[in-house]
Design a protein around this ligand. Structure first.
Ligand code: SF4
Length: 320
């Protein structure tokens, strides 16, 4: 195997953060005016959803709920409704629960310590590190999918990161962090954001744009002749999955304030028009899916079990 270029960490830090300073996207949660709550909401939304889909929903959330207390004062169902089509709506429920805990336990302010953040609903080690770093300037090591992929190519010479995060990847990420000196961790935080952005814009999963990469001369994957991936990534099928059916059921519940009869949600017959265009269209979409009654019942049971929907005497509705 061809030798990989020697790693000059200072040069990598300089080149990638320099690239980020000029080429990084001007996103509202990166603005100095954005507080910790805005950053926290963005981190929840961005966990499994691209920036372009998150942006309008984040802006609407910030307009409605500029502080945790504003969200905490609303029923959880409103958070789920306003989550719209971002997917994985349990994140909305967790964010709503987290807002209540922030009000009850932290006087309405997002806590800054990773330990306090980790204790909040829906906050895992990645999100805690990201909020501590991006909202409070703490030099935590942040490791997300984009960062893992950049590290795998740039330093380890592999086409892909491992299928799921490993201890070795976490150690490598820690080793690559800039030391915290007189800057109080500014460079470390910029590094986290910059590598993440490089993975999102240049070192992308399917077709890395190496000609535009600020560190292509140091890249181990390039030096090794761009070897093929060491495994075949699994695609994520969507059509026909329970996720698709659950998503369509959630759209029906979001479209109306009125409870929906459970048998209408699991019915496979064409719907009769109820007069409300948004509700009709959500029902049309649910009925158009090639899902049998058993799959529909299973999906509805899953939504009730997860707390994303509740059953009342009048029917199924978003949580109160
Ligand atoms: S040169 Fe290509 S593969 Fe290497 S880090 Fe840059 S974009 Fe990724």
């Amino acid at each position: 195997m061809p030798p990989t270029p020697p790693l000059d960490l200072d040069a990598l830090h300089h080149d990638i953060t320099g690239w980020f300073a000029t080429e990084g996207r001007n996103l509202p949660w990166r603005s100095p005016q954005c507080g910790a709550w805005g950053i926290m909401v963005s981190e929840f939304m961005l966990q499994q959803t691209p920036v372009a889909r998150v942006l309008p929903v984040w802006e609407e959330w910030m307009r409605r709920w500029p502080e945790p207390a504003a969200l905490a004062a609303e029923p959880a169902g409103e958070a789920v409704r306003a989550w719209g089509r971002l997917g994985y709506p349990r994140r909305a429920l967790r964010l709503s629960e987290a807002a209540r805990r922030i009000v009850e336990e932290h006087e309405g302010e997002v806590p800054s310590s990773p330990a306090d953040l980790l204790a909040l609903p829906g906050v895992g080690s990645y999100t805690a590190a990201a909020i501590a770093c991006f909202a409070f300037g703490q030099p935590e090591t942040v490791v997300d999918t984009n960062i893992r992929r950049v590290h795998a190519r740039l330093v380890s010479g592999k086409a892909l990161a491992e299928p799921s995060p490993t201890a070795a990847e976490a150690r490598l990420a820690g080793d690559l962090m800039p030391a915290t000196g007189d800057d109080g961790g500014d460079l470390a935080c910029a590094w986290n954001a910059a590598v993440m952005e490089l993975g999102a814009l240049i070192c992308t999963a399917r077709s890395p744009r190496c000609a535009e990469c600020p560190v292509s001369a140091s890249c181990a994957w390039i030096a090794r002749g761009r070897p093929e991936p060491h495994y075949t990534p699994k695609g994520q099928p969507w059509a026909g999955t329970d996720r698709q059916v659950r998503g369509a059921m959630m759209a029906v519940l979001r479209a109306s304030d009125d409870p929906q009869p459970a048998d209408l949600l699991v019915d496979t017959a064409p719907p009769e028009s109820g007069g409300d265009a948004e509700s009709d269209s959500a029902f049309q979409r649910l009925r158009s899916l090639a899902a049998g009654a058993e799959q529909r019942r299973r999906c509805l049971a899953g939504l009730l079990r997860d707390g994303l929907a509740v059953e009342t005497e009048a029917g199924i509705t978003l949580p109160h």
